[in-house]
Design a protein around this ligand. Structure first.
Ligand SMILES: Nc1ncnc2c1ncn2[C@@H]1O[C@H](COP(=O)(O)OP(=O)(O)OP(=O)(O)O)[C@@H](O)[C@H]1O
Ligand SMILES: [Mg+2]
Length: 354
């Protein structure tokens, strides 16, 4: 399948472009901030990449970093930014730079945390120079605390002619929820900050994706609705499902998807009333407990751990245990992948929320 190009998000793109235009017109020397949040796979990274790609005038400099998979170290964002960059002319202590860049030759002796933070901010200021630049921080929710701190500092430093674009999953899904919550609040509180929370795709946008995949032919309403329901409009789940099965043709794809829900069988009353009530009672994979299936249904609906906890009347900590069991049992590396697994195995999914 050809890669699907981005659908929807026109308003978000335009807003980000306006923020960049203001920075590029040098109307301020303090950074402008744009904060994008949304569930896993909702399209944050794609939107940021598409927006930066379309910025006019072209940014002279884009400094971009994301949390790296292999055990984030302090200042991981900056280390990613510094990778392959010549820093010899910045006039900063080379041992500190080596440390910030996580070079293996870096001295073991560490600078005091406050000094390192100041050096990290200074490094970014020197790289940006007269700017204007774009700083991209993807996956704030997965970054090490030092990087999160640095990003917060950069947003409020006086002399940094740049647009700082930060993408994050909601704090409840973060490695350090409180830290992420505070950082997002600090970033969003910067004067004039752009704040976008991305929701799932709407049925019309799912139809647009299908039109791309099936080379311009109009998809049937039933296929659109079924796909929208079973992916919850999550673009990641949608594009993965299509990558795996679109080649079989629209009819075969439709047969693969769960049909309309059968009427619920009367069951013993269960308290509290929850999103799990929307889950159809059908035979389940023997390896999953009933509770895990309920949690799975919530994940398919794109809920955060906090929302799942509220819906099922259990603690967030218990939800995280269920989620990690689900990851293990399904061999998935992320909650989005688990949700996709559910779709592939035609497990019951919650009714869509209108
Ligand atoms: N608006 C969209 N139109 C079409 N495809 C999309 C759209 N948004 C995202 N996708 C596709 O969905 C997948 C997931 O998108 P992306 O990686 O941007 O999500 P994310 O929000 O950054 O997820 P994560 O929280 O895991 O970082 C990608 O394959 C992307 O191409
Ligand atoms: Mg992403």
């Amino acid at each position: 399948m050809m890669p699907v190009s981005m659908v929807g998000r026109a308003g978000e793109l335009a807003e980000l472009d306006r923020a960049w235009s203001a920075v590029a017109a040098a109307r301020r020397s303090a950074p402008a901030v744009a904060v994008l949040t949304g569930a896993a796979g909702v399209g944050k990274s794609l939107l940021v990449a598409a927006a930066v790609d379309a910025f006019a005038p072209r940014p002279a400099l884009v400094l971009s970093g994301a949390a790296r998979v292999h055990g984030p170290a302090p200042y991981d964002w900056l280390a990613a930014v510094l990778t392959g960059r010549d820093t010899s002319r910045l006039g900063l202590p080379s041992d500190a730079l080596a440390w910030l860049a996580q070079q293996p030759t870096a001295p073991r002796e560490r600078y005091a945390p406050g000094t390192l933070l100041r050096l990290a901010v200074r490094t970014v200021q020197l790289l940006v120079g007269a700017g204007p630049a774009v700083l991209v921080v993807d996956d704030l929710h997965a970054l090490d605390p030092a990087s999160v701190n640095l990003v917060g500092e950069l947003a409020t430093v006086a002399d940094l002619p740049a647009l700082l674009v930060v993408a994050s999953r909601p704090p409840a899904d973060a490695v350090a929820p409180d830290l992420t919550r505070r950082a997002l609040a600090r970033l969003s509180g910067v004067r004039g900050a752009v704040r976008q929370h991305l929701g799932p795709l709407r049925p019309a946008e799912v139809a647009e994706v299908l039109t791309q995949v099936y080379a311009g032919s109009t998809p049937s309403g039933r296929l659109v609705t079924s796909l929208w329901r079973c992916t919850g409009g999550n673009p990641y789940a949608l594009t993965e499902l299509l990558a795996a099965h679109a080649s079989e043709g629209p009819e075969a794809l439709l047969r693969r998807l769960p049909g309309p829900r059968p009427p619920r069988q009367p069951t013993a009353p269960r308290a509290p009333a929850s999103a799990a009530d929307a889950v159809v009672d059908v035979p389940l994979d023997p390896e999953l407990t009933a509770r895990e299936v309920e949690v799975l249904g919530c994940l398919v609906a794109g809920m955060s751990n906090k929302q799942v906890a509220k819906a099922l009347g259990i603690s967030v900590r218990t939800v995280t245990v269920h989620v990690s069991n689900l990851l293990r049992k399904t061999g998935s590396v992320s909650r989005t992948e688990v949700a996709l697994w559910a779709v592939r195995h035609r497990l019951p999914v919650p009714a869509p929320v209108d």
